[in-house]
Design a protein around this ligand. Sequence first.
Ligand code: MRU
Length: 352
Amino acid sequence: MTDQLIPIQWKDGELVLLDQTTLPNEIRYDSYQTIERVWDAIVTMKVRGAPAIGVSAAYGLYLGVKDAPENYYDKFFEILKEKSDYLATSRPTAVNLFWALERMEKKAKSLAHLEVSEIKTELLQEAIAIHQEDEEINRLIGENLLTLLSDGMGILTHCNAGALATTKYGTATSPMYLAKEKGWDIKVYADETRPRLQGSTLTALELHRAGIDVTVITDNMAAMVMSQGKIQAVIVGCDRVAANGDVANKIGTMGVAILAKNFNIPFYVAAPTPTIDLRTPTGKEIPIEERGEEEVTNRFGVPTAPKGVKVYNPAFDVTPNEFITAIVTEQGIVQAPYEENLQKLLKGAPDA
Ligand code: MRU
């Protein structure tokens, strides 16, 4: 993985984020010193993708408390909770955000016996740990997915569950990078992914830079490409897996899953365990973000719909578990019955 764009870095006490809204035209890194700016970067999707949102939020929370008064633990924890609740309002669907914030809060609670200044140092270390663990998780997901794939396959993906959405490798793209390392000849089809075009602006960009054979198609071409026998597997990422195996991911994912079933193509979901939310029983309870109408009515600043027309813009959909061939995590491959098997997988995990 040479020449990789790095979405998140912690450098000299500042968070450095790659601005994903200007890609593929401009590669621009900005430094963040305050929690408010990190919140804004998540809302405006300068940083996006479930794991990257979680990692940024952990650093953002540290930035939010690093100058808090140090006299009393109770007051410090009150401030930490307030800042955490604030970051939690940035985006509703990716559970990694809430997972990372909770993990930071738990860390602070477990250190109540220390001086507040020491707790602050430990919180930064926790954010760094969340960041570093993500890379290892993704590599393992890739290795597990690779056991389901073979040389010469055509793989369709939707949105960007790539290195840009994580720290390295991505989740859905991880086996693509590993296949490249092994010298396999795979062909990736990247759905453009309306309305924000993460497939063409991000997935195609990172895979193309890595020398992986990638072809961009518009979303409405997926059925045609599948019918032509070009696709042997679909791999997507996810923002939240409910306890019954229903999966929230970028809008359009459900349609791809339905198509895959029709054409007898396996549909795999790459899911880091922090994205599995056993506290949400089914997909019906997953909060689905709705974004501004301009994402639908404007392209590149040019109106593409009549002024004043009604717009509906859900940013995610939920793929029912019956369309999913397997959910592939860093800890193993899960198949139906999902409710039982997800519980088994997470048994013993601290947040299960
Ligand atoms: O709205 P986005 O760009 O944050 O949505 C991203 C996705 O839907 C990804 O597939 C998901 O977060 C997984 S990223 C490893």
